[in-house]
Structure formats: C-alpha cells, structure tokens
Design a protein around this ligand. Structure first.
Ligand SMILES: [Fe+2]
Length: 329
C-alpha cells in the first residue's frame, strides 16, 4: 500500500465516522427534545452550529479526498490553519452543548422531583383529612389515627425481618400500609351518632349497625380505586378496612375469616387498633396501663390475633408505649 492509499483510506474512514456521528447526533437532539429541553434557545443554537460544523468537516474530508485522487494541491497555510481552528471550535461547541443539555435535564428533573414531593404531601394531607372526619365523630381527636399508623409501621417492619414475610413486606408495601392505616375506620361516617357516641353498652342491633362500618368504608374506597388507572395503596387500604375486625380464630366480622385467610394488612391493623383502644380513655371506660394491655394481647395470641403478630409486638412493645405516651389527646 502506498503512502497515498493509506492517506485516502484514513480520510474515507474519517468521513464515514463523521456521517455516522451526524446521524447519531440527530437522534441525540431528538431524545433531548423529548426530555423537555426543546425550548432552551442556547441549546438550540449550539446544536444547529454543531451540526453545521459536522457537515463542513464532512465536506472538507471529501474535498481533501478528491484533491488527492485528482492530484490537485489544495493545501495552503490558510486551509491548515482553518482545519485546526474549526477543529477546536467543534470540540468546544460539543462540550458546551453536552454541559448545557445535562444542566437543562437536571433542572427539569429537580422541578419534577419537587412537584412529586408536593403531590405526595398533598396525598398524605388529603388522606389524613378524610380519615379525621370519621375520627372526629367518634373520639373527637386525630391522635388515634396518627398513633395507629405508627404502630402499623413498627409491626410491619418487625415482621419483615422474618424470612416468611421478607419478600412480601417490602419497603414500598410497608409505606402503603402506613398510608392506608388512617383510613381503617373511614366507614364510621355512615354510622349514626346515637350509636357511635352512645356511652353505655350497645345492644345487639346497634352493634350490628357498627359492624357495617367495614362495608361502608370498603364501598367508598372501591369507588375511589376504580377511578385510578394504576395500582395504588388503596388496594391495601380496601383489604385493611374490610378485614381489621376479623379474628385469627374466625370469631370476628364481617366475614368471619380465620387464620391466614385474613389479609395481612387486616391482621396488622387489628393489633395496632386494639392496643390503642385498650390504652385510650373513653366516656364509658378508663384507659388501661401498657402492662395490662400487653397482658390482654398475650392472652389473645392465636385467638383474636395472629401469633406471629403478637410475637412481633412483644419485640417492639417499648416503642408502642413511647408513642402511646407521647401522642396523647
Ligand atoms: Fe374499625
């Protein structure tokens, strides 16, 4: 191979690489436009200039290639100088374009992350407000839903350390459980005040009406869930609302489910809800001490409650006491 053949091959290869780069560059610009940076004027200017320089280089390769084949001398000091100068401009523009595109994408990502955070906060506040309405009619305080949400998270996190639950109780599932917990008694909005606020013992007929709060709550959340086009925490909330009064031995309501047929969300909520109810003062009773409440829960292991849940409870019961004492009201 002669010196000219090597030169021609290198120039031809360079031209092919430049053509491929041009094609890839167009794809890069198209992707960047999809990432919301099409309105950035500086990026638009840089990308067009960069593309023009690439085309000029490609033309330059072809001219040099042609001049060698035709044995026409086009090399002069001005052309060599221009190649070096525009080469530097080309690299500079490429780097500037890359930096601007990354900065623009980051800016938009930051804006999206902020919006996402705001939406999540709005969601939490909306859930709490909704749950608080039901709570107000029952116990006139929002602390019950705050405490039970925390108990639910503690129990779920403890349970997730067991191999049996590790794959099921993922961080996302626990997050959804905590989010769903405030809604567990939302169906109480459908129960008359005369029954809900009755200071004495309920008659069988009245208790039958109270039992309906699971059904009412489920109905409301199902309507909301049907309006969503994605899998949300409401699926867990529906299970929890429906099953938080079921008992491990099948003596609960509304369906009389037993054992593992009761959704895990309902089994967790049952422990959190009963612990809080036992410790809380009502117009018809005083609140039990933490020790007395623990005794009652232990007695109900395998009867009212899932044995695994009671075992988990006794590993974190000190945390329950702290929450119960610090979130009074
Ligand atoms: Fe309930």
């Amino acid at each position: 191979m002669t010196y000219d053949h090597i030169t021609l091959s290198l120039i031809a290869a360079g031209a092919i690489i430049m053509m491929i780069s041009l094609m890839n560059f167009r794809a890069t610009i198209r992707h960047s436009k999809e990432l919301f940076i099409k309105t950035d004027k500086r990026i638009r200017f840089l990308s067009i200039s960069h593309q023009i320089l690439m085309i000029l280089f490609l033309v330059g390769y072809l001219v040099v290639f042609y001049s060698i084949v035709q044995n026409v001398s086009i090399f002069g000091s001005a052309l060599v100088g221009a190649i070096f100068f525009f080469g530097a401009v080309f690299v500079f523009m490429g780097n500037s374009l890359q930096a601007d595109m990354l900065s623009s994408i980051r800016h938009h990502n930051d804006a999206l992350a902020t919006r996402n955070r705001q939406l999540l906060q709005t969601e939490s506040v909306t859930i709490f407000t909704l749950a608080y309405q039901a709570e107000l009619r029952d116990q006139e305080t929002g602390k019950h839903i705050e405490r039970t949400s925390r108990y639910v998270r503690m129990l779920a996190e403890e349970l997730s350390t067991l191999p049996k639950y590790k794959d099921y109780l993922t961080p996302q599932y626990i997050e959804d459980l905590e989010k769903a917990a405030p809604l567990h008694d939302i169906g109480k909005v459908g129960i008359p005040d005369s029954i809900l606020k009755k200071p004495g013992k309920l008659t069988d007929a009245e208790f039958a009406i109270i039992m309906k709060h699971c059904e009412y709550g489920t109905k409301v959340l199902k309507i909301a869930d049907e309006k969503l086009s994605f899998q949300s925490f409401l699926k867990i909330a529906i299970q929890m609302v429906q099953s938080h009064h079921e008992k491990w031995d099948g003596e609960g309501y509304p369906q009389g489910l037993n054992g593992a047929d009761i959704p895990l969300s309902g089994r967790i909520m049952a422990v959190a809800d009963v612990y809080d109810a036992l410790r809380s003062e009502r117009c018809y009773k005083k609140g039990f001490s933490h020790t007395k409440t623990c005794e009652i829960l232990r007695e109900e292991r395998g009867k009212h409650f899932d044995p695994d849940l009671i075992d988990a409870f006794f590993k974190v019961e000190a945390g329950f006491e702290v929450i119960s004492n610090s979130l009074q009201g």
